[in-house]
Write a new protein. Sequence first.
Length: 415
Amino acid sequence: MLNNPASAPIDTRIDFICELAERLHSYGTTAQRLESALIAVARQLEIECDPWSNPTGMILSFRPIGGKAKDPETTRLIRLPLGENALHKLAETDRIAEEVLSGKLDVAHGHAQLQALDRPMSRMARWAQVLGFGLAAFGVACLLRLPWLDVATAAVAGLSIGLVLNIVNLKLDGLKDAEEVIAAAIATLITVVVSTWIEPLNFNTVIIAAVIVLLPGMGITNAVNELTSQHLVSGTSRLAGALTVVLKLAIGMMIITTLAKVLGMHPQVRMDRPQPLWVEGLGMITAAYSFAILFRAGARDYALVMMAAITGYLVSRLVAMSLGNVAGVFAAAFCMTLLGNYYARAFKRPGALVRLPGIIMLVPGSLSFRSVINLLQQQSTEAGTSILVDVLNVLLALIAGILLGNLMLSSRRSL
């Protein structure tokens, strides 16, 4: 027998909506999608909800639909850490919400199941995340068709970063705010040692491949997306946070390069990418697999996430060969947004399972980091200007593709 979710006590319904909001925020949902989802869910529970979301918290105001003007409002202030991409938990949150709204699950049990998603990562999952850092660095270095020593250096640096950050998260919470500085320092130190005493490397490119997981390309994209959706506070805050991450990575790199000069170490730099095309294919598959790990997809969704990442990259690459890089990014963002929204409608699951991995290799994080590196290394504003223009062009193409894709085919319920 199906339950009527709107028949539950109003406090129970409000608690469920607040818990749902916390889950969606924690799993990386942008402000406009989060607020739209909450409003839609609240209406089905016969509650009016006025949400206000930002990257570190929410204010939710509730009142019964059809209530009297003198009925008091209930307001909840929720303070939250920055969200992280966790596709499996996002899919589970969406499933629980669907079952509650359809009456298959009562509101109180739905609330309890949402809270159960808070269980900590297992030791195996943590080691998988460490491996994901190394695989992502290896995959991106292969995508860039770097020489094998460069690829190996990036992979070792990425694996080392994953291991150190795992230790920081488990035992050294006081260093968490400096994790980007530490990561860039580790990558730069390994690259300096190899390029000084073994063989010259594509210096900056190897470091970018090593820290690729921490680059805030998705954060920059989401920030501009929120700004174009008139979520000005959230978009501005998210953009400031993303730029701060870029600066912290650059600081970590400059600390080590400066220290190396003081110690008399002189890294040898080359600009060489002789690898055949099949290496790029290997990198594409490896990077796609690493994103399935790092985005914490469920086992059933690994193939879906990998296919989405590969499809987005191939569309971008093929269109770019004839129309240029900016057109390639636009086409890929448009196609993956359409596919994500279609998947959400057809299978009643979050479109983010397709949309997010589909555009992750298009985001301008590495370009923005490279522009800051050039600016600091050469101490000239002209050094990074051309790359900053490329960042802007890629970002605009990406946002235009996402907006047009959402306009052509909306998702079923904002996720």
